[in-house]
Design a protein around this ligand. Structure first.
Ligand code: NAD
Ligand code: DAU
Length: 351
């Protein structure tokens, strides 16, 4: 198949592209604006493949999208391009509305025109796959799980913009018959994770001897999924999923934030011991994130039963691999720290 991956230079997009090039015969075109979060070196492992190509462009640019669809003739659009960081959405929501909602509208409209011009098997097998988040469902108390039928209740500018884009995608499926798929996934982690997110930020700050900021009292719960398992789920959905359906994707690995931070510190104590004290000594409780959702948890039984997908690694295995990767790939993250973002606090709603 010919697969157009928007946001393919990002954390999850690049994992998907590496998987598709290394483990399938599919051809892949990455369409990415290269915002602060787009990191071309994450695609270096596959850059020399003759099944890989790259276009730098904005999903809000209808002409650029139209040109690429006409030239590449995709069978699948895997739409991952988005502004993805909740804290940045608190500081500057405008870019989230623009890329996540307007950009998704542009992608849908151009995909519809392209799909209508197809014929036969090529038309029947085309899929527009929107990659979304569990945050659209809001926040849980101590019990319960998000299912595919949980009502939407987004609470941050990021999750509201993703909820809006999910609704647009379903509307284009329902109204115009575009063969759409939606996945809503929990927190990913793994290699090539941009250092603004909790897990890479903690690993890097720990190694640099800096305070490890835990928002609030550290009791907020997230469900963690190793990014390569997410890439595997995405492939299963666009290859075998039923158009019009939504699939929840999760790691079955709920952790309090403080447990995640403690796990990272314990691995570093073993793999890179400090001369004085323990990494956990660096933990610092800081002002909470405004509107901080308490708990997310995913019921992933539908994708397990319908598409035979389950995570291949536990959180304990995945976090060990992740810490090891960050220890062995300092050049990748040091470039980001030097040129783009140096792990300072974001999202305190100061203006
Ligand atoms: P990321 O921030 O690491 O990467 C986003 C990519 O999109 C970057 O390469 C960036 O350059 C590109 N991009 C941004 N705006 C663009 C635009 N206007 N035009 C073209 N490209 C643009 O994000 P991620 O963590 O890899 O997330 C990918 C997708 O998965 C997002 O849609 C996100 O909402 C969703 N998601 C993420 C998680 C997670 O834990 N990270 C979980 C569930 C769903
Ligand atoms: O649930 C899926 C979502 O997971 C995705 O849709 C988002 O794109 C992705 O960024 C992620 O959102 P979170 O807000 O959950 O991820 P983040 O890594 O920013 O924060 C994880 C938890 O850790 C959250 O409860 C806030 C907390 N935190 C975060 C940072 C950056 C801290 O305690 N300290 C920190 O320094």
């Amino acid at each position: 198949m010919r697969i157009l991956v928007t946001g393919g230079a990002g954390f999850i997009g690049s994992a998907l592209v590496r998987r598709l090039i290394n483990h399938t015969d599919h051809e892949v075109l990455v369409f990415d604006k290269l915002t602060y979060a787009g990191v071309l070196s994450s695609l270096e492992p596959v850059a020399s493949s003759n099944r890989y190509s790259f276009v730098q462009a904005d999903i809000c640019d209808a002409d650029a999208v139209s040109r690429v669809l006409r030239d590449f003739q995709p069978d699948v659009i895997a739409h991952l391009a988005a502004e993805s960081h909740v804290d940045r959405s608190i500081d500057g929501p405008g870019a989230f509305i623009q890329t996540n909602m307007v950009g998704t509208f542009v992608m849908l409209n151009q995909a519809l025109g392209y799909w209508r011009g197809l014929a036969g098997d090529k038309k029947a097998s085309f899929r527009f796959h929107h990659i979304s988040t569990d945050e659209v469902f809001g926040s849980l108390g101590e019990d319960g799980f998000f299912t595919e039928t949980t009502p939407y209740d987004p609470r941050s500018p990021y999750s509201a913009s993703k909820a809006g884009s999910d609704h647009l995608v379903r509307a284009w499926g329902h109204t115009y018959g575009l063969p759409v798929l939606v996945t809503n996934c929990s927190n990913n982690y793994g290699p090539y994770h941009f250092p603004e997110k909790l897990i890479p930020l903690i690993i890097i700050r720990a190694l640099n001897g800096e305070p490890l900021p835990v928002y609030g009292d550290g009791s907020n719960v997230r469900d963690w999924l190793f990014v390569d398992d997410h890439a595997c789920a995405l492939q299963a959905v666009f290859e075998k999923g039923k158009p019009g359906e939504t699939y929840n994707v999760g790691g079955n690995a709920e952790k309090k934030n403080i447990e995640v931070v403690a796990a990272i510190c314990a691995i570093l104590d073993r793999l890179r011991p400090k001369t004085n004290g323990k990494y956990a000594d660096q933990i610092t409780y800081v002002t909470d994130r405004p509107g901080h959702d308490h708990r997310y948890a995913i019921d992933a039984s539908k994708i397990r039963s319908d598409l035979d997908w389950t995570p291949s690694v536990t959180f304990e295995q995945g976090i060990e691999q992740t810490v090891t990767w960050f220890l062995e790939n300092q050049a990748w993250w040091q470039d980001i720290l030097d040129a783009r973002y140096s792990t300072q606090r974001l999202g305190v709603a100061n203006g």
